[in-house]
Design a protein around this ligand. Structure first.
Ligand SMILES: *Cc1c(COP(=O)(O)O)cnc(C)c1O
Length: 464
């Protein structure tokens, strides 16, 4: 399988190339040249597969020429062995129509582990035996940082530097990063905001003094391999609920549009998806785009669902590319315009082509009500992000014969203050992370000064 950039001005790469590169050199995102397709009979034959075997079957077309299905199976067994539930991503029934897909049984209690645990395995596989050494630099407002650190801690030929705004993430989130004491993990608390940290990371990627001396890599959700790993659980859930004979709908708490785009990919591959519900909080740029064609940036309002507090959803570009006929020069021009103007309009033709998606927006009260409903009617405690999607799922009024799966993206204990406010119940951390508060922390605090951060990274970076 070959991959092309959504902006049409970077060379095509194979799966190994896109995994190590992250972003394309023209600023675009990599997508497969064609969407692989399974027949109805092929999908039906997947029903009996374990999660690991299913993962290898679904991902094999994307890694063709680089990794075989058997090699993928080995990597998936290692990646998903760290999950605390045998089903990896179990389904829980809420009522006659609604289900939760629990994606939070990985080491850091958020769905990002599903993709990043595999990415860690892929990095090791692709670096071993080469003289490449990777330096991963990222900024986090919470979940991505810990999932990325847990994915690469202790691995050879990789150093990871994770910046977070000092004092502005929860204790659980901080400790999930700073208590990982592997020598290749470097936590940096920045005096400043998340945006300051993010700006420094972006600057490093464009700084010749940095890129000229070390190999930088990113692990945010623009990396194709992350999206690919997320396609699997759409198949997993739909197969359990009657696919390929019965179409299934999914409701997805959305930030960067990565998770829900994976559902779109599953549909392109032949999975019968009835609907993809794009659930946003009050930061509703995606809701405005899909319901009215208005994709325009406004200011971010902080909410109880920080992983959805976004201005611009990077992965939306991958959908735009498809909606405009997969032409890189058109998408490239559109994105250049957007980067200058901070807005774009989706034509009615594009919106018609995006009809698989429906969007919904939930405010704080709707989120709280969804948490209460899950608790009172199904005995389930859901985290705030999941509650936003559950609100959208219940508000969508889909026909009764269509099962609706809400993606549960974080363990409720990760956001226990918000859960306690809504339900009066304080969720406890699972035993496997229970001693988080007794463990030693390691983290360096740096001023919000680019030079200081860059010098620290260069001083400890991976060298081949
Ligand atoms: C990252 C995250 C999301 C948003 O996922 P995207 O792929 O960015 O749309 C939702 N919920 C939680 C808990 C997350 O960590």
């Amino acid at each position: 399988m070959q991959y092309q950039s959504t902006r049409g001005n970077a060379s095509n790469l194979d799966f190994r190339g896109v995994t190590l590169a992250g972003l394309a050199s023209d600023g675009g995102l990599y997508v497969p040249r064609v969407w692989p397709e399974f027949s109805v009979a092929e999908i039906a034959s997947m029903r009996h597969l374990s999660y690991v075997d299913l993962a290898a079957r679904v991902m094999a077309p994307f890694t063709a020429g680089v990794l075989s299905e058997d090699e993928l199976k080995e990597l998936c067994a290692a990646a998903y062995g760290s999950f605390s539930h045998d089903a990896v991503t179990p389904l829980v029934q809420l009522d006659g129509q609604h289900w939760l897909l629990e994606l939070f049984h990985g080491p850091t209690l958020a769905f990002k582990d599903v993709a990043l645990q595999l990415l860690g395995q892929l990095f090791e596989r692709f670096l071993t035996g080469t003289d490449t050494a990777l330096t991963i630099v990222g900024a986090t407002s919470g979940d991505t940082g810990s999932a990325a650190i847990h994915a690469v801690a202790g691995r050879e030929q990789v150093e990871i530097f994770m910046l977070h705004p000092e004092g502005r993430i929860s204790d659980v989130q901080r400790r999930q990063m700073t208590t990982v004491l592997a020598p290749n993990v470097h936590n940096i608390a920045i005096k400043g905001s998340f945006d300051d940290a993010q700006a420094m990371v972006k600057r490093m990627f464009g700084d010749p003094e940095v890129t000229g001396s070390i190999t930088l890599s990113a692990v945010n959700s623009i990396n194709w391999a992350r999206l690919m790993a997320q396609v699997v659980y759409y198949f997993w859930a739909a197969l359990r609920l009657g696919a390929p004979e019965r179409p299934v709908a999914f409701s997805v708490p959305t930030g960067n549009f990565g998770d829900v785009f994976a559902g779109y990919v599953a549909a392109q591959m032949g999975l019968p998806v009835a609907k993809l519900l794009v659930a946003t909080n009050v930061n509703d740029i995606l809701h405005r785009a899909l319901s009215k064609g208005d994709y325009s940036v406004s200011t971010v309002t902080p909410t109880a669902t920080p992983s959805m507090d976004i201005q611009v959803s990077s992965n939306f570009e991958r959908l735009l590319f498809d909606l405009e006929g997969r032409d890189g020069s058109t998408t490239g021009a559109r994105m250049k315009w957007f980067e200058q103007m901070g807005k774009m309009v989706l034509s009615s033709d594009m919106r018609r082509k995006a009809a698989l998606f429906t969007s919904a927006r939930a405010d704080a009260d709707e989120m709280t009500n969804a948490m209460r409903w899950a608790h009172d009617h199904a005995g389930q405690i859901v985290d705030p992000h999941t509650a936003i999607a559950l609100h959208a799922a219940r508000a969508a009024s889909l026909p009764a014969e269509v099962p609706v799966v809400t993606l549960a993206t974080a363990h409720p204990a990760k956001f226990r203050e918000a859960v306690e406010r809504a339900t009066g119940i304080r969720p406890t951390l699972p035993a496997r992370v229970g001693n988080l508060f007794d463990r030693e922390e390691r983290c360096i605090v740096l001023p919000g000064d680019y030079g200081a951060v860059r010098d620290h990274v260069l001083g400890h970076a991976a060298r081949s």
